[in-house]
Design a protein around this ligand. Sequence first.
Ligand SMILES: [Fe+2]
Length: 163
Amino acid sequence: MAQISNKEALAFRLQKMYWMEAEMEQLGLWEARIELMGEDAEAIELLSADSERHHVILEKWLQKANIEIPTSKPAGLPSKNFDFDGMDSPEMFRNIMKYEILARDTYIEVRKSREAIKDLFIEESVQSEFIEDMGTLAKEEEQHRRICEERIGGFRKITGRSL
Ligand SMILES: [Fe+2]
């Protein structure tokens, strides 16, 4: 993933994540549509609820940084929304997991972009708060990745270990 070298790149990355979290928030709609049950349903509800929370956190930061809240899909995101029609649940979670990994890695990259963060926020306390929030988001996306991995199933049986 490209390094974030200036505040414009950082702003754009935050706009993309804002949009992606909003799309992930919609995952909950698929619960009834493809009749998920039990732990699959619980997992999708959690991913959806967390994404809603993440969406709100990103909105807060876009506002604090005076970055425009995107009203249409930013460039560089897949043009298609989620479509799980005809998939079984492991297949669906395998697809979702790709986005969880992308989200995790993006938050890690954002968190590391110290020069850009300093350019974006003048106050040191605000910079620290931002870095802390991005760390929390990265950690939660890693939890989501694990949840997806569990729902895909079979993986541990093949490798004999849990990642
Ligand atoms: Fe997530």
